[in-house]
Every structure is written in C-alpha cells, then in structure tokens.
Design a protein. Sequence first.
Length: 488
Amino acid sequence: MAPSEAVPRAARDVSSGAVVPAESGGVGLAATPELGLPGDAPSLAVSLTFDDSYAVQLEAAAILEAHGLRGTFYVNSPRLHDGSANPGTSEFMSVAGALALQARGHELGGHTLSHPSLTQLPEAERVREVLADRAQLLALGLMARSFAYPRGDVEDDPGPGRTVLEIARGSGYSSARDTNGFRLDGCDPGPERAPPRDPFLLRSVRSVNDAPPAQGDEPAPPPDTAATLLGWMDHAASCGGGAWLPLIFHQLRDDCASAEAPGGYCFDFAELEQLAAALASGARCPEGAPCYRIEVAPVSDVLGSNEPSPAIAAFALGNASLEQALASGSPQCFQLTQGDGGTAVFERSELAHGGLASQHISIAEPFVAPAEVRVARDLGVCAPFTTPGRAYELSLFYRADPAGPVPELRVLTYRLTSDYSWEQWESSEPFLAQTPGEWVEQRWHTAAVPDGTLAFSFGLRLQSVGAVAVDDFGGAPLGVGEPAAAAP
C-alpha cells in the first residue's frame, strides 16, 4: 500500500489485547474519569505533537484515537503535495490524509516549506518559508493555527533583519513550539505553563529519541520508551500545578531497532500504545510522589485558539540572487536545462548584478538546441504557490557578453497543474539582448493564473549562439484576485 495513503490501523488495547477501532470524532481535552484524587491534586497538560508530515504518523493517529486522544501534526505543504503526487513511493502523507486527520479532530499546524534552519536564512527567505507555507495550508483547507520551528532553531538568531521569533509573531499563527527549554535536572527553568509565558516559545524537553550522543567512553544512551516519557511527565508535574508538556515525535515503526528503521527520532508503535493507554487513564501516581491529573489536548486547544487568522501575503523566491549553489554547481532552487543534443555550457560567474554570483550560459557554433535557467519546477519548495485569477509582474536581470554575437532571448513561464504535471504557460516573443556588457532588467506581466494551477515557474532561455549571465529573479502579485494583507 502506498505510504502516503496508508489507512490508519486499528489500535490495540494494551490492557485486554482487544482490537479497538479508531474513533471518528471529538476534540478537546481527553475525558478524565472520576479518579478519587483530592481537589487540590496538581494537573499536567500533555500535547502529543508530530513533526515533518510522515505518512506513518497516520497510524500513530489511529492509536491515539483508540484511546480517545487527539494530537497536533506539524506538516509542510510541499511534502503533502509530494504525498499526493507520488502515491506508492512518497514517505509523506497526502493532502487527503492531512484533511482526514483534521476531520477526525486532530490539529494540523505549519512547519515551513522546506524544513530549513530558519536562523541561517536571510530575512526574505525566512518570511517566505513561514508565511507561504501557512498560506498554502489554509488554501488546502487546513486550519494552521500553530507552528513548530524546524530543529527548534529560534533562540540563537544571528540576524540580520527581523528575527525568526519576530516573523513567527507576525505570521498569523497563534503559537510556535520550540524543541527545548525544559531541563530534567531541576525545575529552573521548569516546564511550560498553561497559559504559557510566551506562546511563540512553547518549551519542551527535546524530540523523542534525539538524546545527546555519548561522550568519550560513556555507553550510548538507551532509546526512549513509554516509561521514559512518563518519567518526563512525572518530573514536569513535580514542578507544580498548571504545567504543560508538549511531546515531540517524528518517525514511528514497529521496531525502531531494525535495519530498515530510520537512524534517529524513531519511536516504536507498541511504546506509543503503552503511552496512550497511560495518558487515557486521566491520572498518574508516581512512586513516592503525589498523584496528578493528566489532561491531553492538541496545542491550540490548550491555548484556547479557535478560528485561524487569514493568510498573510509574502511573495518571494528562494535564493533569488542565486548566491547558494548545490554540490552540482547549479544554483539552489533553480534548474539549468537544454534541448536534446544541446551544447550549452553552464558556469557560475562572479560577475553579479547583486551579491557575489550569477549564472552564465554560453552556446557556441553550431547551434543545436536552446538552454534555459529557471525557477525549479518542484512541488512548492522553490516554485511559488499561486491562486487562480492572480497575475504577476516578474523580473530578472541579464548581461550579454560584450564580445561575440548578440544573443536571442525569450522569457518563459510554466505552471503546475492540480494533477501535478508541469506545462508551459506563457512566453514572450524572442528578443535580442540589449546593451551587451551592461546589466538589463527584463520584466514580464503574466495573464491571470488559469484555474487548476497550484504553482508556477519562470526563466530566461538562450536560443541562439551567444553568451549571457542571469541574476536577481523577482516578482510581485499585481493585485488580481483576492486581496491579501502586506507581509509584516
């Protein structure tokens, strides 16, 4: 069965061994039966959070549902499209799978377009990663009220420009979860509180099975189990009432010790079932410590967040100035292509319009096929998502070599259709490069985006003998279609 379309399996009742079908409704705190606890017994809120859009998390959701629990799933919109476009091969859940989780009472939050370290990006790309991902999640019908920082990278922020934390606060999300901040060797700093001191720095211990590596001759740390996480809960509860502990899961397998399992961040399904059963009991009495109540809820339910804020417009291109290069030498987020039998030579050039690099293309006699540099035609990591009916002003800079023939150029646009195929959308008339030896800005106004379009790409084609450098791609919506607020 396709990983991205995996049917959530029924969960096993660990107390009786009976198979319990997954439930199909209900949200909010897990029901807490009358437990005979004193009225002043402390309570601990627990949120079960799952990062990175993995299809195996659909099975984890079914385990939670069998025990009356619901979780928060932090997803990346391009990965959801990957799951939909590549059933049978993708490791990610599909758009339909994410919508089904939401319909069954789970929360779906955002986790950026490409899961980068946000603190290592320039400001424009930070904004794009957070806001464009959220806008697409909302467009898909997901509520996207809460956010999780990839790798927990938020505190050590070198800048320049607005910090990741500032961008998160202005993103339309109502909260953002970190991956650290609560130490297990004391209560200073203690666990997160409900309500939190800062909803955009929700603290936890660390990701499950992401323990620091052993030092020197120390033995490797044992894998986290249900007992490990219950111990984290006991410690959080010992720090006083009103504590809140988000638990962070990534990969799950039947046996995380098997050769086929991922190397880290993996938790056994059987351990998740034991944990879910313990949480569903509604209370816990650690040996030698007071009993406490357990309340399990998605992140936004703990915060009392209701309807999501509208999407905020933030059109930007990844690596628009072509500064970052892949190991292949191609600029990140761009594709270098040529026709069959083509003889074009692609080279990184230090002769740049902006920044330190541009992309140089040359074709020598005899001409065989055109060559092109364009925004990568992917599923939304680089190709910007769009809305049917919207139009754009697109731009790029080119510099024709002053020696040799004046090259013939053309601007081309492409669109990603709703059935995940790329097709040519529009193109300019061929034109001769202007003012060889100088940088020239080339602009292009698109028509309204056709119905059934998810994303688009554009680029510059060299279609004659000659040489040209290309740099600094850009664009902006022209205001056709639904208006959107300006980026914060």
